[in-house]
Write a protein of this length. Structure first.
Ligand SMILES: Nc1ncnc2c1ncn2[C@@H]1O[C@H](COP(=O)(O)OP(=O)(O)O)[C@@H](O)[C@H]1O
Ligand SMILES: [Mg+2]
Length: 269
């Protein structure tokens, strides 16, 4: 079957910020596929190029070498089949929750009344029915993340790209959001590429976990099938023997890379 997202032999080279004459190859030889309906997480040390890869998948960054295909078609420019959820807050502070969720639809030419109906429906699905008239500053961090999630999903993308979307949340809110994401994903079966530095989160959510090496020239060094049945509860799954086994196996590969990544950060600081 054609992959939803297919990166082959991707490398990304940047000009170093502090020294424009110097080049830095963040990722190299990255081949990574996400099947239609598959939930894939990428874990790796800070600075290894996870966000870079997601930007490549979103079509926001063209790789220096390699190819990107979306449902079999070469990607040129922004990936219109994908919805993107960033790590940082992305709501427009001057718009209500409803208007934030409806914005993307309106940009796509959906009439206002219809956009509002769909936005309301998605607010309800993420547990914010009745909060549509709140402005971002009148909501908690967790609520704002729910709005962001609705904002991404209302456009009904075939591929969902998420860059550490829940990392700023407290653990309870985070688990609620993770379970909610799984429920929605289970119902809609979209392809998900999920970036996280949290191995527990990656295992709990995914069909597959890909481990990246420390940079420069970061690339996948492990690809683990998460053979744990669904539906899952992200809190409960963490106490099961299979989860602990998988965690130990993946951590054995990830550990050294995290230490290398940490050493590099200290050197750079
Ligand atoms: N636009 C850019 N210009 C220069 N260097 C960049 C740019 N984007 C990312 N980098 C560098 O590439 C590396 C990978 O960054 P990033 O993808 O953000 O890592 P991660 O998301 O895994 O923490 C880092 O060393 C970062 O400083
Ligand atoms: Mg990042």
């Amino acid at each position: 079957m054609t992959a939803a997202l297919d990166l082959q032999g991707v490398a990304c080279t940047f000009t170093a910020r502090h020294d424009p004459g110097q080049r830095y190859t963040a990722v190299q030889d990255v081949s990574l596929t996400v099947g239609a309906g598959e939930f894939v997480s990428v874990v790796g040390p800070t600075g290894c190029g996870k966000s870079t890869l997601l930007n490549v998948g979103a079509g926001l960054l063209a790789p220096s070498t390699g190819s990107v295909r979306v449902f079999g078609q070469p990607l040129n420019g922004v990936n219109t089949r994908a919805g993107y959820m960033f790590q940082a807050e992305s709501l427009m502070p001057w718009r209500t929750a409803l208007a934030n969720v409806a914005a993307g639809l309106q940009f796509h030419g959906v009439p206002e009344a219809q956009a509002a109906t769909q936005a309301n429906e998605w607010l309800r699905r993420v547990g914010l029915g009745g909060f549509g008239d709140r402005y971002p500053h009148q909501m908690s961090g967790g609520m704002r993340k729910r709005v962001s999630l609705a904002q991404t999903l209302v456009l009904d993308p075939d591929i969902i790209l998420m860059d550490e979307p829940f990392s700023a949340l407290d653990i309870q809110t985070r688990q609620l959001m993770e379970n909610e994401l799984l429920d929605i994903w289970q119902a809609k079966k979209k392809a998900v590429l999920f970036i996280t530095h949290d191995l527990d989160e990656a295992i709990a959510l995914s069909d597959r976990v890909v481990v990246m090496s420390a940079g420069p020239g970061s690339h996948p060094i492990g690809d683990f099938l998460i053979d744990v049945e669904r539906p899952r509860d992200v809190a409960e799954i963490k106490t099961t023997p299979r989860f602990l086994e998988l965690h130990a196996a993946i951590w054995a590969v990830l550990r050294e890379e995290v230490l290398k990544g940490y050493a590099q950060q200290l050197k750079a600081a």
